[in-house]
Write a protein that binds this ligand. Structure first.
Ligand code: TRP
Length: 452
């Protein structure tokens, strides 16, 4: 059914187009919304160090492996794993990995879309001058009002899902390739401006100390798991998103170099977001551990008081929305590609099915912030449960499976042929995915379960 050199869904127009799409997938709410709030909840510096270590030692090698498997398989993750396990003479059940990934993508998008909806709501709030000269209490009330309103949140969640589906329908190359080309650099510039503002806010040193001065007594096994899970989340690893993007990658492109670029850009954006936010938190006596509302309760304060803040605020939330959009399409692409390949339906139909299912689950997530906030499973509301299940469990385990497959199952000559890197680099990569990644995920899991 497949031509070895190209996917039936098409191909990126160039290496640059792939870099843009994959960076667009990696850079998203994870960097700007999630990284700061989980860093705040987990005490700062030590957590950031563990996260950076996980990006370097697990994230980069596994990203190389995931792109490589995708490009060799040239199909949706489920079918890719099926044909690659056949090629490698491995157990055909490896294709369940593709299934788990597809489900993880669903579960993530259900809450991702709700949070992206918050950023859309904030575009409008800024536009009508909602932040101008507001104090911390007023800004906090603004956020609490949004949380208390299922209707507002459902409205924006619905709009976001519709836009996502529209984009996925058109195929990833059209539209998004072009949009991301200029939006990513723009986001970067706005972040630098916010960092400059944070430097003048009075508590810059305190913010930097919080972020970069590790105090290991502040973290426990669960914090390490969260940091590790976030390394997978922020790089879009462990569920087939990068694999499906890799399946549209032209054959001659260097996977390793591309990976370094994506991981580097992603990490810089996250750190800049942290540097912009924490000085504001301390300067205004806010709570670093405020949770998912952190950026919505801090940044509007800056926008409400800085010169040109109305415009910067507007641009910031618009860019955040676009960053979320370029990530959300990669969460649903594996499911859409699989529906088209296996269910013999058109791309637009596949989008409607997959999107509707995510939308429905997202309604439950909206309720978990208001009318269902007391409904707990394992002491977590639905949003927290979905986040924990996907980011902390499914992605690291999926990443571990990808590492094991690429390191132990696949023929070494095939990996060498795909990667085309010097022998030393190849050996280092192999060591990391064969031993380091599986062992790290396994040990952290045991710790959390309480065995160690
Ligand atoms: N990486 C994105 C972010 O940081 C989210 C994301 C997109 C993702 N695709 C993914 C996370 C696949 C895990 C898996 O916002």
């Amino acid at each position: 059914m497949t031509d070895k050199t190209q996917s039936i869904h098409g191909q990126w127009s160039s290496r640059f187009a792939f870099i843009l799409a994959a960076t667009g997938s990696a850079v998203g709410l994870g960097n700007i919304w999630k990284f700061p709030y989980i860093t705040g909840e987990n005490g700062g510096g030590a957590f950031v160090m563990v996260y950076l270590l996980c990006v370097a030692a697990l994230g980069i090698p596994i990203m190389i492996a995931e792109i490589m498997l995708g490009r060799r398989g040239r199909q949706s993750p489920i079918n890719t794993m099926q044909s690659l396990s056949k090629e490698a003479g491995a157990d055909p059940r490896w294709h369940y990995l593709g299934w788990c990934g597809m489900i993880a993508g669903f579960l993530i998008l259900a809450y991702y879309s709700v949070i992206a909806g918050w950023s859309m709501a904030y575009i409008v709030k800024d536009f009508f001058g909602g932040f101008i000269n507001s104090n911390a209490d007023e800004i906090q009330r603004l956020f609490e009002n949004l949380m208390a309103s299922p209707l507002q949140q459902i409205f924006w969640h619905t709009v976001f899902m519709i836009i996502t589906m529209q984009l996925v329908m058109r195929g990833v190359q059209n539209g998004l390739e072009k949009a991301v080309r200029f939006l990513m650099p723009a986001l970067f510039v706005i972040l630098i401006l916010l960092v400059a503002y944070a430097m003048s806010s009075g508590a810059y040193d305190q913010g930097m100390t919080f972020l970069f001065n590790p105090d290991f007594s502040k973290i426990d096994a669960d914090a390490v798991l969260t940091a590790m899970g976030h390394a997978f989340f922020t790089l879009s690893l462990g569920m087939g998103a990068i694999m499906v993007y890799g399946s549209y990658l032209p054959s001659h492109v260097s996977i390793a170099k591309t990976t370094f670029f994506i991981a580097g850009a992603d990490t810089i954006v996250a750190l800049l977001a942290g540097i912009a936010i924490f000085p504001l938190v301390f300067a205004n006596n806010l709570e670093a551990a405020a949770g998912p509302g952190l950026i919505f309760q801090t940044l509007p304060l800056a926008f409400g008081h800085m010169t040109g803040g109305w415009l910067f605020g507007l641009l910031f939330f618009i860019l955040l929305f676009f960053a979320a959009l370029s990530s959300s399409i990669s969460l649903i692409e594996p499911a859409v590609a699989w529906l088209v390949e296996n269910k013999n339906i058109e791309r637009h139909q596949a989008c409607v099915w997959a999107g509707s299912a995510c939308w429905a689950l997202g309604i439950g997530v909206v309720f978990s912030f208001n009318i269902w906030s007391d409904l707990k499973f394992f002491d977590k509301n639905l949003f927290e449960l979905l986040d924990y299940l996907t980011a902390n469990l499914m992605l690291p385990l999926g990443g571990m499976a990808i590492a094991i497959f690429a390191g132990w199952m696949m023929k070494q000559s095939h990996a060498e042929q795909e990667l085309e890197i010097p022998a030393k680099g190849f050996q280092a990569w192999q060591f990391l995915i064969k031993y380091v990644s599986p062992a790290a995920v396994f040990l952290v899991s045991l710790h959390v379960v309480g065995v160690l």
